[in-house]
Design a protein around this ligand. Structure first.
Ligand code: ARG
Length: 463
């Protein structure tokens, strides 16, 4: 199209090449920011009127025009045009077409450089609140599960080798803690997101008498950017948001991985309900854990989005550079992906059935109370290193005899250490071992009960 029609066409004598329009446009994806763009424009226009830069009548036309455009976009009646590049210019052009000269006054004292920053901040604010609610829901489900399987025992692992018996609730509450931190991170990041950039204009501020305090209050920004160059060039709030998404992704992926392993025939710890699995097109017997697999698989794109923006930012001179347009797709993709994953994780968790018998059976195999026996010897006065060696010998004897630790007779045990007494059998049982772990944050039933009550209380707190 000829550049005369473009909002910035004045100084150009030749039309933009079609390939350039196609290469530079962003409206294909940034149209999603329309609500935020319009919300920002409404307040900007009201401020311009209060400052007597536009008249009351012009303001009214602008507001009505923006409302109508918003309705049209919502009803899919608005035609986005790539020749107008981005969401800002599509809306502004439509406004001018609809209301005439008053529309051309909206952009007074504003640049797309501070405008896009405002839109992105408003978008991330609303996504953060959505994500926080979804994380809370996952945690609610985890706590519900932990409550309903109270007392169930299972093997705790290190190196994916059986290590020490633990309570299933303790294992589940470990994820509760991770997600609780994730939520706190999204909350904290809001402090950096909630800073009003509008008023920075292109990069240096403006000579027009704008009232930034008014705009900040109306758009609910507790803070106003203090340096106009930083305001239009900075994207660390977006990097931080992507980083928070990545950490949440890691937690979701680790949980997913456990569900994949635990639902295998070999483990048989848990069953994911049929409605949350899929079959194989060739092997009729298969029931596949596709949901946790996909969650695990999405780690690639979510961590990739973080790398993408970090790489884009590296080495950018101040202030605005068109490179910054590349922040949108990673942000949209991570926010969408994380939200969908959190929602399906909560649903999937409430569709899990743990096999308590199988968990218990697994917990009773494999000499997992060996550390307890060593601790027992330490309490009887033996240096820990000696105790470690003695228990090693006892385990090797058990392996040869095909016996479990607690199946040994007192006589057999005393052959390895005379200090062993009848009371040893209290700690050789898995329950004895679990309940001896009374240290704060340990797996003893008493501690887990406390943790569960604490978590239930926390779930009532405002987000
Ligand atoms: N679409 C642009 C972006 O996403 C908006 C700002 C454009 N500013 C400019 N001077 N071309 O970053």
């Amino acid at each position: 199209m000829t550049n005369q029609k473009k909002l910035w066409g004045g100084r150009f004598s030749e039309a933009t090449a079609a390939s350039v329009e196609e290469f530079t446009e962003s409206v294909q994806y940034d149209w999603r920011l329309f609500r935020h763009d319009i919300a920002g424009s409404r307040v900007h226009a009201r401020m311009l009127c209060r400052q007597e830069i536009i008249s009351g009548e012009e303001l009214e036309h602008i507001i009505q025009g923006l409302n109508a455009i918003e309705e049209d976009i919502k009803n899919k009646k608005f035609e986005f045009k790539t020749e107008f590049e981005d969401i800002h210019m599509n809306i502004e052009k439509a406004l001018i077409d609809r209301i005439g000269p008053a529309g051309a006054k909206l952009h007074t004292g504003r640049s797309r450089n501070d405008q896009i920053c405002l839109d992105t901040r408003l978008y991330l604010r609303s996504e953060s609140s959505r994500i926080k609610n979804l994380i809370r829901e996952v945690n609610r489900t985890l706590v519900r599960l932990a409550r309903s399987y109270q007392g169930a025992i299972m093997p705790g692992y290190t190196h994916l080798q059986k290590a020490q018996p633990v309570l299933l609730s303790h294992h589940l509450l470990a994820y509760y803690e991770m997600f609780k931190r994730d939520l706190a991170r999204f909350n904290d990041c809001l402090k950096r997101i909630n800073v009003l950039p509008l008023g920075a204009a292109a990069l240096a501020g403006t000579g027009l008498p704008l009232d930034r305090e008014y705009v900040a209050a109306e758009l609910d920004f507790p803070e106003i950017s203090k340096n106009s160059m930083d305001a239009v060039a900075g994207r660390d709030f977006a990097v931080e948001f992507l980083s928070n998404c990545t950490i949440t992704q890691l937690h979701l992926s680790r949980l997913a991985e456990e569900l994949v392993i635990w639902s295998s025939d070999e483990f048989g710890f848990v069953e994911i309900s049929d409605s949350f699995c899929t079959g194989s097109s060739i092997m009729p017997q298969k029931k596949n854990p596709d949901i946790p697999e996909l969650i695990r698989g999405k780690s690639g794109r979510v961590t990739g989005n973080l790398m993408s923006l970090i790489t884009t930012m590296k080495g950018l001179p101040l202030t605005y550079n068109r490179d910054l347009q590349e922040d949108k797709e990673p942000l949209f993709d991570s926010a969408d992906t994380i939200s969908r994953e959190l929602a399906i994780t909560a649903e999937m968790l409430s569709n899990l059935k743990f096999n308590k018998k199988r968990l218990e059976q697994a917990a009773r195999e494999g000499f997992m109370t060996a550390t307890d026996l060593a601790d027992y010897l330490v309490k009887k006065g033996m240096p820990f290193r000696d105790a470690h060696a003695v228990v090693g010998d006892i385990v090797s004897y058990c392996l040869k005899q095909g016996k479990k630790l607690k199946e040994l007779t007192l006589d057999e045990l005393q052959r390895y250490a005379r200090v062993i007494d009848r009371d040893v059998f209290d700690i050789l049982s898995e329950e004895g071992s679990i309940n001896s772990r009374l240290s704060l944050g340990g797996t003893a039933e008493k501690q887990v009960k406390k943790a569960l009550e604490q978590a239930e209380k926390e779930l009532e707190e405002p987000l």
